[in-house]
Design a protein around this ligand. Structure first.
Ligand SMILES: Cc1ncc(COP(=O)(O)O)c(C=O)c1O
Length: 287
């Protein structure tokens, strides 16, 4: 049985899955997406991801291609048919297929829905044990980074720069010298005063669903937490740092550019990673 993708109402072999050349996602990046992690048949924060999807669609005035509960059923079907118990599901909704024209197509043009899955055993990553290096780069993105748009060119350029510098991630820096977020993750530091800091969820960052769960865990544990901007200099002087996303959980950062923060992941970071793992274990297995 080949791996399947879901494309506009049909489950098709992944190798043959395709959209129309005039799909607005293909031509304009006119669409939104989500990546939901699956661990031992458990969706991690499915409701949070679908809430954010709803928000992104609303901000761009794209209609849901199917009802939310139908989307959930289709997501489960694709994962089960592809026998994915550990991995990710990617889903993308675009403004649909129409003759190329920047303005929106006429009303009634159905949005396109595409989904793919991939098997990943998240715990196999050595990053959790060793920590990673990040580099800092100018944030050259637009002013609506709160929308999870498929227009990801600056993020791709930044991630490639990180790869070429043998780093895991690039933390983007605004014109004011403060770090906004990674190219596909949120940025966190622990100051020498033991304050856990990450950016507030303004339109300058994507409000990560993992970020929100970590904030809840930190609150339950009585960790001093502040949402505020922090500079590159402050990050380099931090006691600990980490980067978070649905696929990288809590990934310890041990080096920023040429500054080594520590030789191994810090204790608060390890504690938050383990608490996040325990949080996942307590979720209901619904696949
Ligand atoms: C730019 C950006 N920031 C933050 C995140 C983290 O979001 P989440 O925790 O929902 O995966 C992502 C995830 O892809 C991202 O692309």
């Amino acid at each position: 049985m080949p791996r399947l993708a879901y494309v506009n109402g049909r489950f098709v072999p992944h190798s043959a899955a395709a959209v129309h050349v005039e799909d607005r996602g293909y031509q304009f990046g006119d669409g939104v997406y989500e990546v939901v992690t699956v661990v031992q048949k458990r969706f991690v924060d499915l409701e949070g991801h679908l809430d954010r999807l709803n928000r992104s669609l609303g901000e761009l005035r794209i209609d849901w291609p199917v009802a939310r509960n139908v989307l959930e059923i289709l997501m489960r079907q694709l994962l089960v048919r592809n026998k994915v118990s550990d991995g990710i599901i990617y889903l993308q909704i675009t403004r649909g297929v129409a003759p190329r024209d920047h303005k929106f197509p006429k009303s009634g043009t159905p949005a396109s829905l595409v989904m793919t899955t991939r098997r990943v055993v998240h715990e196999r990553s050595p990053n959790f044990r060793k920590g990673v290096k990040v580099i800092t780069i100018p944030d050259i993105r637009w002013l609506r980074c709160d929308i999870k748009s498929t227009s990801l060119l600056p993020n791709c350029l930044g991630k490639q720069e990180a790869f070429e510098a043998e780093a895991y991630e690039a933390w983007q820096v605004g014109e004011d010298g403060n770090i906004t977020e990674g190219t596909s993750s949120n940025a966190w530091i622990l100051t020498p005063e033991k304050e856990l800091i990450t950016r507030a969820p303004t339109s300058e960052i994507l409000n990560g669903i993992t970020r929100l769960t970590i904030i809840e865990i930190a609150a339950q544990q009585g960790i001093k937490f502040v949402e505020r901007p922090f500079s590159v200099a402050e990050a380099k002087a931090a006691e600990e740092a980490f980067t978070s996303s649905a696929t990288s959980f809590v990934t310890p950062v041990v080096q920023i550019d040429d500054t080594v923060l520590s030789n191994e992941p810090g204790p608060l970071t390890i504690n938050l990673l383990n608490s996040y793992r325990q949080y996942i274990e307590r979720l209901e297995a619904t696949l």
